[in-house]
Design a protein around this ligand. Structure first.
Ligand code: NAD
Length: 485
């Protein structure tokens, strides 16, 4: 078996009520290889009617699924974890093919994404309520935890496996059924994941998957339905805002994992080599196409030139090319539009006075490549500092004091990931407390960890995925008061 073989031809369809099937009218759409813009294969293109069928199946399965022993739900997740581990290289190849990231990096995502299945297989058995005496006497106060009910999940293209397992894992553990709409640019990994969960024994109707090119119509129809109880979305802030508005009519519970504008702050007391190492990870993981990607490098003015030179040296040494070739560090961006957007942000920054230390151009096609780029002396108000870059570009600005660093770091509507490099413990504590972010990395460029609560504040959304908090998103609390003497 290899890559694409993980998704048999009949599995390039919709998965509804435990059966693979075609979309209404046999509609399909193409999945492209971003390294050369050729068609990899076609998958079914679900209509709104298909999505309603999927919700019907989720609703029908909810009652029995909620009553399945937690250990049984955990064992299914654990079984899927083992199967994915066995096929990790194939998953990595498939993901690299449809999304572009180098195979070695995709392999890292398989480990990371699959760990959500293991973590939540363990959490399933730990769901618990409490028993309390009424402080005033005369009764007992009990709480029961129940699954929220049928969920709708919408995932982005940048981490085709992990963005799915972060939602599917806790939903299965909690006893929720679901309809999943994967990103139209990368549906194959989700279909492969669906096949694995079925093989691991997931009952029909618990997971329903509907790739589509009509995301807006689909979400509107499903969210207007009062049987849907929860929406979890990972993607851009504008779409997140729209979904929160849409959730108002039926008052669905919502989790929103949205965009970021992560500051990467380097103080003058930092170990500069370690900071450059961390910067390479925080910036270049996934070619910069990550919500946690370092978007603004804020470097103390006394070390900015040295940091910039070292970073430019490392970035220039990276090998750009097709993700499935050996020795490639940086794959293509997801689509042509992304290359244009990144190029425009770099051009604007240079016009605003930034100095190009490395890269700054898109190599000739085919494929959607952009060279690893470092900019020094970027104006704080340049668009590249206020918008999500989602590409391999590191813009550096300088600061003179800790107060200025904090003020500038917080001067954005976003609040997902932030990074700080310093050796000073007191400063570490001050920074962790004053950065308005859901996550703060200290002397590390990698925050994502299934055992930790991942999520943002402000326009980066609300809700947490992973950690002990992750399962809470899928549980309701019923309080029972019992009269007793
Ligand atoms: P996007 O918002 O364009 O698309 C995300 C998903 O939403 C896709 O599946 C898309 O089909 C769907 N979608 C689009 N319009 C919709 C609608 N009206 N109703 C329902 N679904 C709709 O984002 P993208 O370009 O795929 O992903 C990149 C964005 O995702 C970036 O902003 C990035 O920061 C963010 N992201 C956030 C996290 C996080 O955990 N916070 C993780 C990864 C990516």
């Amino acid at each position: 078996m290899s890559g694409l073989d993980l998704v048999a031809p009949e599995q390039r369809g919709l998965f509804i009520g435990g059966t693979w099937r075609e979309a209404e009218g046999g509609a399909q759409f193409d999945v492209l290889d971003p390294a050369d813009a050729t068609v990899i294969t076609a998958v079914a293109d679900a209509s709104v009617n298909d999505a309603v069928d999927a919700l019907d199946a989720a609703v029908a399965a909810q009652h029995d699924w909620a009553r399945t022993p937690p250990r049984q739900r955990g064992e299914i997740l654990r079984g899927a974890f083992e199967l994915i581990n066995e096929r990790a290289d194939d998953f990595a190849e498939l993901m690299s093919l449809e999304m572009g990231k180098p195979v070695a990096e995709a392999r890292g995502e398989v480990t990371y994404g699959n760990e959500f299945f293991r973590w939540f297989s363990e959490e399933a058995a730990r769901i618990h309520g409490r028993w309390m005496n009424n402080p005033m006497g005369g009764s007992r106060l009990l709480t029961i935890r129940k699954p929220v009910g049928p969920c709708f999940f919408v995932t982005p293209w940048n981490f085709p496996l992990a963005m799915g397992t972060r939602k599917i894992g806790p939903a299965i553990a909690a006893g929720c059924t679901m309809v999943v709409k994967p990103a139209e640019l990368t549906p194959l990994t989700m279909l492969a994941l669906t096949a694995v969960l079925t093989e691991a024994g997931l009952p029909a109707g618990v997971l329903n998957v509907v790739p589509t090119t009509r995301a807006g119509e689909m979400s509107k129809a499903l969210m207007a339905d009062d049987r849907l109880r929860k929406v979890s979305f990972t993607g851009s802030t504008p779409v997140g805002r729209l979904l929160v508005k849409q959730s108002a009519d039926q008052l669905q519970r919502v989790s929103m994992e949205l965009g970021g504008n992560a500051p990467f702050i380097v103080f003058d007391d930092a170990d500069l080599d370690a900071a450059v190492e961390g910067a390479m990870i925080a910036k270049m993981r996934n070619m910069g196409e990550a919500c946690t990607a370092a978007n603004r490098f804020l470097v103390h003015e006394s070390v900015a030139d040295e940091f910039g030179a070292k970073l430019a040296d490392r970035m220039s040494g990276l090998k750009v090319g097709r993700g499935q070739e050996a020795g490639i560090d940086v794959g293509p961006l997801i689509e042509e539009k992304a290359v244009e957007t990144v190029g425009q942000l770099v051009t604007d920054a240079v016009q605003d006075g930034a100095k190009l230390l490395a890269g700054g151009s898109a190599p000739d096609g085919p494929g959607f490549f952009y060279s690893p780029t470092v900019l020094l002396g970027v104006h704080p108000e340049s668009r590249i500092n206020t918008e999500e870059i989602f590409g391999p570009v590191a813009p550096i600005t300088t600061f003179a004091s800790e107060e200025e660093a904090v003020e500038r770091a917080n001067a954005t509507e976003y609040g997902l990931a932030s990074y700080v490099y310093t050796k000073d413990l007191n400063r570490t504590i001050r920074m962790a407390e004053s950065l308005e972010y859901g996550m703060v990395g200290v002397n590390t460029g990698l925050l994502s960890n299934p055992a930790a609560p991942f999520g943002g504040v402000k326009a980066s959304g609300f809700g947490r995925e992973g950690g002990f908090e992750g399962i809470e998103e899928y549980l309701e609390t019923t309080y029972v008061g019992i009269s007793a003497d």
